[in-house]
Design a protein around this ligand. Structure first.
Ligand code: FAD
Length: 338
């Protein structure tokens, strides 16, 4: 990090669509670097629903989101993409020689002839409860996503929130955790009625503690290791819940973040593209996947894949205007052995 790189294409976002864009660029012999703010590739599939099956990927009657990502990464691997993970793309500016220059939060600088923005819902992040010192616990005993429910086996888990995510995880974790407490500021939930009645049944059976109407107040613990969650009512009645894990589920806030400052034409927080080319209003900047909009856009993975194929050919045309691309099928052009 802090390094300077030069390449054909830089892809902003390593979600399913960004990963497939590596493959499509590889097919037209463009080299890629890929940047993602998350520590792992896979975007929403990895961060939000790794264990959920997907039923609408052509050729896969059913595939778990995490498995789809493993396969997309393997499909891109022969083209030797360079990944820069755990860093947010912050600035994007024109550089000399027809390059765009991108700088990340870790100081990595990448120059590329074309940029494909595959930033999904943007720099999406959880709504964090305003608790003093919560940062020290994040990733150790405070989590905003569950990626592996097994890691909570035998733990005392406090879930905060009143929506579907809070209720669904309470039901699921009640099967493995030593103790599950649900803290919510009201006694009514905003969850599917079926889930809410299952929750109430588990509460009645003594399997889940319902802590309502309480709000999070502070955390006890040392070195990121949680010992108790303190909660209080609006009237100031306090309670201490011994706990190893806190899962605050207050929804996600999605914002384009720095991307909104790159001079791209936007429509309701999404990037307008010409679907025939995936081009944005700025020459050399293309966009694909959930981050884009155009008439008829479907926010589906398969639609993003098709946009990636279009963007790769547009990038090729920009980078090699003198060598028209002869359309080839993957079988005839040959994918290098992994
Ligand atoms: P994303 O997956 O959102 O990935 C974008 C990536 O860009 C993220 O990793 C983000 O961290 C990164 N990023 C953003 N800004 C920056 C920045 N400035 N710097 C660095 N990195 C950045 N679709 C289907 O087709 N079928 C389904 O069954 C289905 N089920 C779903 C179920 C759920 C619960 C959810 C939430 C979505 C579902 N979807 C489904 C939608 C699907 O997940 C999205 O369409 C898909 O993830 C879009 O892929 P993407 O690569 O465009 O964006």
């Amino acid at each position: 990090n802090g390094h300077m790189h030069q390449t054909d294409v830089v892809i902003v976002g390593a979600g399913p669509v960004g990963l497939f864009a590596v493959f499509e660029c590889g097919m037209v012999r463009l080299r890629c670097h890929v940047v993602d703010v998350l520590e792992d590739v896979g975007g929403q599939c990895t961060a939000l629903y790794p264990e959920k099956p997907i039923y609408d990927i052509p050729g896969f009657p059913r595939v778990e989101a995490a498995e789809l990502i493993v396969r997309l990464k393997a499909q891109a691997a022969p083209f030797q993409p360079v990944y820069h993970l755990g860093q947010q793309v912050q600035s994007l500016e024109p550089a000399t020689g027809g390059f765009w220059q991108l700088t990340t939060s870790k100081g990595t600088v990448i120059q590329a002839r074309a940029v494909i923005v595959a930033a999904g819902v943007g720099a999406f992040g959880p709504n964090r409860p305003p608790l003093d010192g919560i940062e020290a616990f994040e990733g150790k005993s405070v989590f905003y996503y569950v990626t592996q429910r097994e890691s909570f086996r035998g733990k005392r888990v406090v879930i905060a929130g009143g929506g579907d995510t809070a209720v669904d995880w309470a039901l699921s974790l009640a099967e493995v955790a030593a103790r599950v407490s649900v803290v919510h500021r009201r006694d009514r939930f905003r969850a599917a009625p079926e889930s809410e009645s299952r929750l109430k049944a588990l509460v009645a059976a003594g399997k889940i503690d319902l802590v309502v109407p309480y709000q999070l107040q502070s955390l006890d613990g040392v070195d990121g290791r949680l010992m108790a969650v303190n909660v209080a009512t609006l009237d100031g009645v306090e309670k201490k819940i011994p706990a190893d894990i806190l899962l605050p589920f207050f929804g996600l806030s999605m914002s384009l973040g720095p991307i909104a400052e790159w001079g791209l034409a936007l429509e309701r927080n999404q990037i307008s593209i010409d679907p025939a080319t995936a081009a944005t209003n700025r020459p050399g900047l293309f966009a694909v996947g959930d981050v884009v909009t155009y008439p008829g856009k479907l926010k589906l993975i398969l639609t993003g894949f098709a946009e990636a194929a279009v963007a790769a050919r547009s990038a090729y045309g920009l980078i090699h205007p003198e060598q028209p691309l002869h359309f080839e099928y993957s079988t005839t052009s040959g994918v290098p052995a992994a």
